[in-house]
Design a protein around this ligand. Sequence first.
Ligand SMILES: N[C@@H](CCC(=O)N[C@@H](CS)C(=O)NCC(=O)O)C(=O)O
Length: 209
Amino acid sequence: MLVVHHLSNSRSQRILWLLEELDVPYEIRFYEREGRSHLAPEELKSVHPLGKSPVITDEDRPVAESGAIVDYIVRRHGRGRLAPPPDSWLYDQYVQWLHYAEGSAALPLIMKGLTSYLGGMWRPLKERVDTELDTHLNYIDRSLAERDYLVGNAFSAADVQMSFIGELAAVRTDRSRFPNLDAWVRRLQSRPAYRAAIRRGGPYALEGG
Ligand SMILES: N[C@@H](CCC(=O)N[C@@H](CS)C(=O)NCC(=O)O)C(=O)O
């Protein structure tokens, strides 16, 4: 049985959602963030040395890092669904979005949260973070200008992987400045499988700041 080690209010929510979309049976093991630090509890390190979420175990083998987990689930359990045919140009775009989410887009969003606590002397860093954030959110917004989904015009696991970026954008910046991105996130959140994943995974609220 596939087990999702699910940290509260975290990136693992999108893994639950992907499994709901594909109707793959799974179990959830719940972990709560530590009080003031908001870090994951130590016990998550017994699943994978990084102690981060998401991490899954499938037949007791761990897979960490959300892009790799999305790819694993689609390849091993997807039966050809939620990804373009592997020999197509669309597949290359699909892989790009899978990597781009955590490889590039997440960093300025995370930095924005961390630097919001810093005082005046950090202004140059904060300005750089804001510029980077605009670059990435504009790129995603423009990519969605003439389509409802990121790859071709069909919902895919790339939308699931990228959804965290769109959701975090709403708490770290004014997402209404990026109307296509904003509409896309709302479109994703209205999917029945998205809502089923929230019901199973429990409350999901990302932190502002
Ligand atoms: N790039 C990694 C990021 C993993 C990550 O940092 N997850 C956060 C939750 S959204 C986490 O585990 N935070 C708790 C901690 O760092 O202790 C992925 O996409 O899986």
